[in-house]
Design a protein around this ligand. Structure first.
Ligand code: PBG
Length: 336
């Protein structure tokens, strides 16, 4: 529980505005500081070469072919961004009910991972573990008779995590919300000699309406039948988030994530206070889209709201933030 203050001081001997009067003083009393070390940059990749496709619902975000992705990774590394998360647009023809393209070692994610690891070995690569880019039903798990199967999905997710790790990915980030997947992936990685490869679990991931632009970006919106409420969490809950996080830590997660970001900062704070493990949040596509759309109309100042929101994540207890604004934020932090 939050501490109650007992010594309050009293106006006029105490004036809280004194400390805020000068810029140097405000810097001196700042409790949190956003740094480039806190940023993870999610990037969308597509087939082809020398090609980029703007994501309509995410102004300023392009899907990149692998060669341009490698250049982007080099730029991110030069700016000091520690890690990149890869999300693929899969050819609709490769999508099947069993999502087998997810564990094809030659798939787009694996090729993109290997290309970056070769050209820019010192940036961390995080790959998503979920079936939705590969599933003809647009779900994160395997669907049969309208049910999203848990244990069969976990088997496919384990295979996916293995091919991505073999391709050179450093962090497996299961975003699927199936029960038991963290333990199964940890066990499989360990048994293949990948004891040092990390897992960042999307531990408290909510069934949110803020993911729509992402689904456009990876081309899964058309495929999705129904919603994800039988596996992603109900946004009314936060005790349940602690249970989810606790399970994932027990199963071997090295880092945990709360998703979406801004509307869920209370959950971040509870998770950080309860467990004290490396805790992250994802400022998701819909959060990016709403800030950018307002900024493009001149209603908000993008640079200011970007840094303000990211600092808010830090204040809530985040050790880092996944944000589509990572490169912009890194440049702003550098020029300060
Ligand atoms: C897929 C996945 C999603 C996001 C990350 N991984 C979408 C979903 O669960 O439908 C959302 C990211 C964003 O909106 O920026 N498992």
């Amino acid at each position: 529980m939050t501490k109650r203050f007992t010594t309050l001081g009293r106006y006029p001997t105490t004036r809280l505005r004194r400390n805020r009067r000068e810029e140097w003083s405000r810097r001196l009393i700042a409790e949190n500081k956003l740094s480039v070390d806190d940023l993870i940059w999610p990037v969308f990749v597509q087939e082809g070469s020398k090609s980029r496709t703007p994501v309509e619902s995410m102004p300023g975000v392009d899907r990149l072919s692998i060669d341009l992705f490698v250049e982007a990774a080099r730029e991110a590394r030069d700016l000091g961004i520690p890690a990149i998360a890869i999300f693929p647009e899969t050819d609709p023809k490769a999508k099947t009910p069993d999502a087998r393209e997810a564990y094809n070692p030659g798939n787009l994610v694996c090729r993109a991972t290997a290309a970056v690891k070769k050209a820019v070995p010192d940036i961390g690569i995080m790959t998503d573990v979920a079936l939705d880019p590969f599933n003809s039903d647009g779900h994160d798990g395997i669907v049969r008779n309208g049910q999203i199967l848990n244990d069969e999905s976990v088997e496919a997710l384990v295979k996916q995590a293995l091919v991505q790790t073999e391709a050179g990915a450093d962090i497996q980030a299961p975003s699927d919300m199936m029960d038991g997947r963290i333990g199964a992936i940890r066990k499989a990685l360990d048994s293949k000699g990948y004891q040092h490869e990390q897992i960042m679990s999307y531990a408290a991931k909510y069934a949110s309406a803020f993911y729509n632009p992402f689904r456009d970006a990876i081309g899964s919106s058309g495929a999705l039948k129904g919603d994800k409420k039988t596996y992603q969490m109900d946004y009314a809950n936060s005790d349940e988030a602690l249970r989810e996080v606790g399970f994932d830590i027990e199963e071997g997660a090295d880092m945990v994530m709360v998703k979406p970001g801004l509307p869920y900062l209370d959950v971040v704070r509870r998770v950080k206070d309860a467990f004290g493990v490396p805790t992250y949040a994802y400022q998701v596509s819909g959060e990016y889209a709403m800030l950018r759309a307002a900024a493009d109309r001149g209603w908000l100042d993008w640079n200011k709201v970007l840094i303000e929101t990211l600092t808010g994540f830090k204040r809530a207890g985040c050790d880092g933030i996944l944000t589509y604004g990572a490169v912009d934020a890194a440049r702003l932090l550098q020029s300060k």
